[in-house]
Design a protein around this ligand. Structure first.
Ligand code: FE
Ligand code: FE
Ligand code: ZN
Length: 277
């Protein structure tokens, strides 16, 4: 079973987002829990959410992969920015309980000159404050391209964050194919070795979701510019190998490609055909 979908727009509500994903041929999806640039979130309309949960059930959806706002920086140098991150994450954990048992992905953050060790410590500190015993959501750390002072461009950094978090059972990792490629992990020629390294450093049991993107730039470019599937430096063959890899079966694949619904519909159909469904 291939769980694939795209990063959807939640501007018309949950049910509309679910219906559109079914139209696109998807059976999972990603969405922003609030404005991607941060700020206040809309009140949750439980009737709308229940209609969405029904659509998910009828269409045998896999796990949802919600995405935190880009502006959230848990390891910012300024304390008021970290307070903002703390508040957003705490509120998002509550909101996620409307769709229980799914994933919430976030960018670990940028250490902005404080050094990667301080960054890691600050990220772990916020996770230790926010994660609760009662939550049903698993929080995913996204692997990053290592652009600027981004934390999470190396598997070791992700591992160190996990090491410093108490409630490890509430944590997972989302591997972004564009990001790891841009970070210097050669998934085109050495996918097995990259996944072995992931297993050795982090542990494959933590790998809960994949952001499936092509990249506009070369291996190790640290750029983070997503390309459409088959139109970048990673290419269709390598991305097909990712969705077919035995170690990655059953987990959700999310397209974050520069597309509209027509483009995503085509990509999902192409990847399903490549997968062999
Ligand atoms: Fe992301
Ligand atoms: Fe991503
Ligand atoms: Zn990206």
């Amino acid at each position: 079973m291939l769980y694939i979908g795209n990063h959807a727009s939640s501007s018309k509500g949950y049910a509309a987002m679910g219906r559109q994903m079914v139209k696109n041929g998807g059976n999972t999806l990603a969405f922003f829990t609030r404005n991607p640039r941060g700020g206040k979130a809309k009140e949750i309309d439980f009737q709308d959410v229940n209609a969405f949960l029904e659509i998910m059930k009828e269409n045998h959806f896999g796990k949802l992969v919600a995405h935190a706002p880009y502006t959230m920086n848990a390891c910012a140098a300024k304390e008021n920015l970290r307070e903002f991150a703390r508040e957003i994450m705490t509120d998002d954990m509550k909101r996620m309980e409307a769709t229980p048992g799914n994933y919430y992905n976030f960018h670990p953050g940028s250490h902005v000159g404080q050094g990667v060790e301080v960054g890691i410590q600050k990220i772990a500190e916020i996770l230790n404050e926010v994660l609760s015993e009662e939550q049903s959501t698993t929080v995913l750390l996204e692997t990053m391209a290592g652009k600027g002072s981004e934390v999470g461009g190396k598997f070791e950094e992700i591992r160190e964050i996990i090491d410093q978090v108490e409630k490890k059972e509430k944590l997972g990792v989302c591997l972004d194919t564009c990001h790891v490629w841009d970070a210097g992990y050669d998934i085109v020629n050495h996918l097995d070795e990259v996944l072995e390294e992931f297993d050795r450093v982090i542990g494959l049991s933590y790998l809960k979701a994949i952001h499936l993107n092509d990249s506009m730039n070369g291996l190790g470019s640290h750029k983070d510019r997503h390309a459409k599937i088959g139109e970048g430096e990673i290419g269709l063959e390598a991305l097909t190998a990712v969705i077919r890899h035995p170690a990655l079966q059953g987990i959700p694949f999310i397209l974050e490609t520069p597309n509209d619904d027509t483009g995503w519909t085509e990509e999902i159909a192409l990847l399903r055909e490549r997968y062999g469904e």
